[in-house]
Structure formats: structure tokens, C-alpha cells
Ligand binder design. Structure first.
Ligand SMILES: [Zn+2]
Length: 136
């Protein structure tokens, strides 16, 4: 079987499935952290928790109930959004939080990124075009 065939087969198989998302990545990272801690602690409980997280992450990747997975991931990103950004690329997140401030539009809740230390800014929301002022 040629390499291209294999890739095509995987792509076909993945069609209509959830694939990787923030929640899945988070579960995988947490389970690896637990496994590393468990190298020293050797507890059955932590092994089971780590295994369960990996199984859950894999199950999310192949799940075909996209709506449910998407809403779970949205809830997760809503709760841990800033954290997920830090996990994805810590260096970029540091630079980002130094140079920019994240605000929420008071009308629609859309997140808006504004440069820091520019004094009082008049901001136009990109999604509902509401105008509001904020200190940066
Ligand atoms: Zn808005």
C-alpha cells in the first residue's frame, strides 16, 4: 500500500468525526502529567485516572456526535480559554498578554483584543459594531 493511500484512508475514516480539539489536547496533557507524577507515587488510582483521560481523549477524536462534542469543547474553552492558549504556546501567550489586553464586548460578549498602554480607547466591537470605551 502506497503512503498516499494510507493517508487517504485515514482522511476518509476521519470524515464526519470530531478529531482533535482543545478539550482533547487538555485531557491528553493532563494524563501525561499524571503519568509522570505516578512514576514516583505508583498509585493505582492515578493510573486509572490517567488511562481514563487518554481513553476519553481518543474517544472524543473518533466520536461522530459532532454537536455534542462541539458544545462540550465550547464549554471547556469558555471556562479554560485563557489557560488553553497558554498550553498551546506559552511563549506566544506571554508576549501576547504583555502587549495586548482582552476585553469583552458589553453588548454581545465577543472577545476583543486591544493594545496595552494606549490610555482610554474607543473600541468598536467587530461582531455587533457596538462602541464602548475602555482603559488599556
Ligand atoms: Zn459586540
Amino acid at each position: 500500500m502506497a503512503k498516499g493511500d494510507f493517508q487517504r484512508n485515514v482522511a476518509t475514516w476521519m470524515q464526519g468525526r470530531n478529531g482533535g480539539d482543545e478539550l482533547g489536547t487538555f485531557c491528553t496533557i493532563v494524563s501525561f502529567i499524571i503519568l509522570i507524577i505516578n512514576l514516583f507515587l505508583h498509585t493505582l488510582f492515578l493510573s486509572i485516572v490517567a488511562l481514563a483521560l487518554i481513553v476519553y481523549a481518543c474517544w472524543r477524536v473518533v466520536s461522530k456526535n459532532l454537536e455534542a462534542r462541539e458544545s462540550e469543547n465550547e464549554t471547556f474553552v469558555g471556562l479554560f480559554g485563557p489557560l488553553a492558549r497558554w498550553l498551546r504556546n506559552p511563549a506566544a501567550a506571554v508576549a501576547e498578554s504583555r502587549d495586548y489586553k482582552h476585553l469583552k464586548c458589553p453588548e454581545c460578549g465577543q472577545r476583543v483584543r486591544v493594545p496595552r498602554k494606549k490610555g482610554k480607547l474607543r473600541i468598536t466591537c467587530p461582531s455587533c459594531h457596538n462602541k464602548f470605551e475602555a482603559r488599556t
